[in-house]
Design a protein around this ligand. Sequence first.
Ligand code: ADP
Ligand code: MG
Length: 245
Amino acid sequence: MIEIKHLAKTFSNHEIFSDINLTVNTGEILAIIGPSGSGKSTLLRCLNLLEQPDQGEVTIGDSHFTAPHISKKQAVKIRQESTMVFQQFNLFRQKTAWQNVAENLVTVKKIAKTAAKERALVELDKVGLSEYANFYPGQLSGGQKQRVAIARSLATDSKILLLDEPTSALDSELVGEVLTTLKSVVEEHPDYTVILVSHELEFVKEVATQVIFFEDGQIVESGQPKDVLSHPQETQTQRFLSRFT
Ligand code: ADP
Ligand code: MG
């Protein structure tokens, strides 16, 4: 479902990663853990071309590109294959919750506004926010904002979710509601393929099928959550995980 070969990205002359190779099968939930600044967000952003990779091949669902020569058509197609949930929610401040969820349906999928609104309300209900459909982001808590962003992702009908530290911007008392929402999303959609960057290790243990420890643009260690998180083999992984105990 997701295949990454020899992916490389450099910002000016700062090499972020030079040879990432990764396969995520349909229905798998790959969790990526690793220190801040190691290139996790850049990796996810390269997958939907929010960043332009320098080299490498990516296949997502039925779409494919080989960097750096990516046609507009390929870019449009690859962006439609996945949907991303960001650390900072990325909601339109001047749009209500339902308008945020409906935005992509109206502008990209060309769905009529009434139908898009109906769909948005269905998705907001799934994340427990029916009563907040007409609220603006400024009137919502961080946890509610992130649940709106999750509803927006669900509305795209994409079966590939890229979740970039979805709870790390939240006050600790708001983390639980977002993790509960995400857990029910993946439980209800076993066909979703997910890459999740998160340091909520208990959550990762519960939902992930595969874990990668990522440091300085390298996959240091990978395997099942119970192995990587409970019995890490590499000293770098051990050092990183010791911060959480
Ligand atoms: P992580 O998500 O693991 O914290 P990032 O992918 O955000 O790491 O960042 C990896 C490195 O790339 C950092 O040193 C960061 O400063 C740098 N970086 C990220 N985005 C940009 C950008 N748009 N321009 C220049 N440098 C960037
Ligand atoms: Mg990041």
